[in-house]
Design a protein around this ligand. Structure first.
Ligand SMILES: Cc1cc2nc3c(=O)[nH]c(=O)nc-3n(C[C@H](O)[C@H](O)[C@H](O)COP(=O)(O)OP(=O)(O)OC[C@H]3O[C@@H](n4cnc5c(N)ncnc54)[C@H](O)[C@@H]3O)c2cc1C
Length: 630
């Protein structure tokens, strides 16, 4: 017997993290199910490369740097002589990760590439791979995407309000920056809604915008001298309690213009040109400063620590009104439809990566089976059942998330008549918007909450090492993913707020009926008696109950609808590409939720055992080559 020492004795073999495109069966199934094969073939080489690059040591080094060198305010917001100076400093890792995302077109793809209504699916499949390696840089990117979509709508000929030539120039300039792939040119955007009065209810906004145009066109100061972009005619003052993209170049914010009017939406650049500024070397004429913004302090957070989230005081910030006065909620909802999907995809991205880490760890980790027998975790029946159950939930949420994205894509670009059909149910044109209205809050409410304990489960699957920060092996850092994942259920609307919003959509006096019809159409398409019966009960409850009466049940109702919709999509997946493991996953999900399943599927589940669980976790026909020295 030799005693162990710090370098001798058992040392755990490192797990190998594999390209998710090959390793994540759910990712592959979703891509195949939703995308016509011609598009899938076209994008595959690029997705393979992205899947590889997001796991590179370089990317993980940037992540470590972004987490370690957290953003700070130089001099706590003052210069050496005590003058206020809101200078935000972000680390090199953060900047490099942002640049990488810009170059990869994480946002731009939706605006410079045309895969018809499948463009959003392609964009978000790529984002899904990038989420867990991007150290939250996709958060400002989400708001960049939302802002680009909002400005695109206003620049398009169908916009309700005609833009003046100056407004058009300002919006077009911002849009071009937001949709660029050149890191030197690309802008991200802030989205300032939350105030101390509450993020869930922006009607209490205390920020005030006053129409105060400059006296003459010659006297209009510039936001950017090089691009000759003028500052806006509105002067905005107030206090914003949360701003996550504090290093962004512009923002979309809410403010009140009149006590009797609802909130309005504004565009504002973060900086403005100030010719009077003199640099420390005595130069003048080229200086820029924040556009009437003071960064009060940076937030200290449980997670998303690389992200510069701040409190901001606005005094005379100059901006441009977007749309009509008092219609800010309508405007911001365009952004929220996008940022909510980004938030859900980030939760799915964290879970997808966490499961990948848990899978690879199980291949190399030996554990005891009693009487001195040792096996790899990947051959342990209980561990495999646990991972199989988590994989089943993950796949159900992937289906729900990507179905919502498919609907979003249909809303943005309609399906050409000669289009190669996808295998998923495509709503008739008149039901696209009502369906999207329900799914966009429903999927965010359900997925962002449900992923949190699952990511925790992956952390637990690594035992004590899972609980460590693992900065020395950043690719294994599930605890960072867990902390970051938790915010998904809070920002862009909490679980309850979005559950009540879904209810509001279904009870809306004008559009509610169509939204109910859209769900009806989707669920009826399954022709599955138990699911239809369950839905009829829910529908009846929604149609007959008064909104106030249904409110306390909103989370339960919405989660139940989500479970029915997931089951419908599971059945679509089974039918389009059958196999023992997908049938067992479908049966397992539906049985867990109390829905009857087909006898054959139930049998598969009962008789499956370890081999089936391994196939669910690692994929059918995959040889489980255990690296463990047992
Ligand atoms: C890290 C981080 C970054 C953020 N970045 C931004 C940002 O960039 N821009 C931005 O605008 N905001 C941002 N937020 C704010 C975020 O969107 C809000 O925190 C969130 O919307 C909740 O608002 P609140 O904090 O005011 O909580 P409240 O609205 O006060 O909610 C408190 C509790 O009350 C419940 N509740 C409130 N109203 C209702 C209701 N009507 N029905 C049922 N339950 C209700 C909520 O579910 C919650 O549990 C960020 C938050 C965090 C944590």
């Amino acid at each position: 017997m030799e005693p162990s020492s710090s370098n001798n004795g058992f040392i755990q073999q490192q797990p190998v993290i594999k390209n998710q495109l090959y390793d994540d069966v759910s990712f592959q199934r979703v891509a195949k199910l939703f995308l016509p094969s011609a598009i899938l073939d076209k994008i595959t080489p690029d997705v393979v490369q992205l899947g590889q690059e997001v796991l590179s040591q370089q990317v993980f080094d940037w992540v470590t740097d972004a987490e370690h060198n957290q953003p700070y305010l130089r001099g706590n917001g003052r210069d050496s002589f005590g003058k206020p100076k809101s200078e935000l400093v972000v680390g090199e890792g953060w900047r490099k990760l942002q640049d990488y995302g810009f170059e990869k077109g994480v946002v731009a793809l939706n605006y410079d590439t045309d895969h018809g209504p499948y463009t959003r699916l392609v964009q978000f499949l790529r984002c899904h791979l990038w989420e867990a390696s991007c150290a939250n840089t996709l958060c400002p990117a989400a708001m960049q995407d939302g802002a680009a979509r909002l400005l695109q709508r206003h620049l398009s000929s169908s916009a309700s309000k005609t833009l003046s030539p100056v407004e058009r120039n300002v919006f077009q300039n911002a849009y071009d920056h937001l949709t660029s792939r050149d890191p030197a040119k690309t802008w991200t955007s802030g989205q300032w809604m939350t105030e101390r009065t509450g993020g869930s209810d922006v009607s209490q906004t205390e920020t005030v915008a006053t129409y105060d145009p400059f006296p003459s066109s010659e006297s209009v100061p510039l936001a950017s001298q090089s691009e000759s972009i003028p500052l806006g005619p509105w002067s905005i003052s107030g206090f914003k309690w949360f701003s996550s993209a504090t290093d962004s170049n512009m923002t979309i914010l809410l403010a009140k213009t009149h006590p009797s009017k609802g909130v309005s939406a504004f565009f504002a650049p973060m900086r403005r040109h100030n010719p009077a500024l003199v640099s420390h070397t005595g130069e003048s004429g080229n200086g820029t400063e924040l556009n009437g913004i003071t960064i009060q302090r940076l937030k200290h957070k449980f997670g998303t620590q690389s992200l510069p989230t701040a409190e901001l005081e606005l005094k005379g910030m100059r901006g441009w009104l977007i749309g009509e006065e008092g219609k800010g909620i309508q405007e911001i909802s365009t952004i929220l439809n996008i940022t909510r999907v980004h938030t859900t995809v980030s939760s799915m991205g964290y879970l997808g990566r966490s499961l990948g880490i848990a899978r690879s760890f199980a291949l190399v980790r030996p554990v005891g089976m009693g009487k001195g027998k040792r096996i790899a975790l990947s051959s342990h029946p209980l561990h495999m059942r646990t991972l199989a159950n988590m994989t089943t939930d993950y796949h159900g949420m992937m289906l729900l998330t990507f179905y919502t994205i498919y609907t979003l894509g249909l809303d943005e670009r309609s399906l050409p008549s000669n289009s190669a059909a996808t295998k998923v149910p495509t709503p008739p044109e008149e039901l696209v918007q009502p369906l999207l209205r329900v799914l966009s809050s429903l999927h965010k409410s359900y997925v962002c909450e449900t992923t949190v304990p699952l990511v925790y489960g992956c952390m637990e699957a690594l035992g004590g090492v899972g609980y460590m920060q693992n900065v020395e092996s950043e690719h294994l850092n599930i605890s960072r993913l867990f902390r970051d994942c938790c915010v998904g259920a809070i920002w862009e609307g909490t679980t309850d707020v979005l559950a009540s919003d879904t209810l509001r959509a279904l009870k809306h006096p004008r559009s509610g009926e169509q939204s109910v019809r859209a769900l009806d159409w989707l669920i009826q398409s399954s022709k599955h008696a138990t699911l239809i019966k369950e839905w009829q009960g829910l529908k009846n409850r929604i149609e007959t109950g008064r909104q106030e009466e249904l409110l306390p049940e909103a989370r339960g109702l919405v989660f139940r609808i989500a479970e029915v919709v997931i089951s419908v999509l599971y059945l679509v997946d089974v039918n389009s590409n059958p196999g023992a493991e997908i049938e067992a996953m479908c049966a397992s999900f539906m049985e867990k939720k109390g829905f009857n399943v087909d006898e054959t599927m139930r049998k598969r589940l009962r008789e499956g055992g370890l081999k089936l669980d391994q196939a669910i976790v690692y994929g059918a026909g995959k040889e489980i080559t255990q690296g463990a020295k047992l």
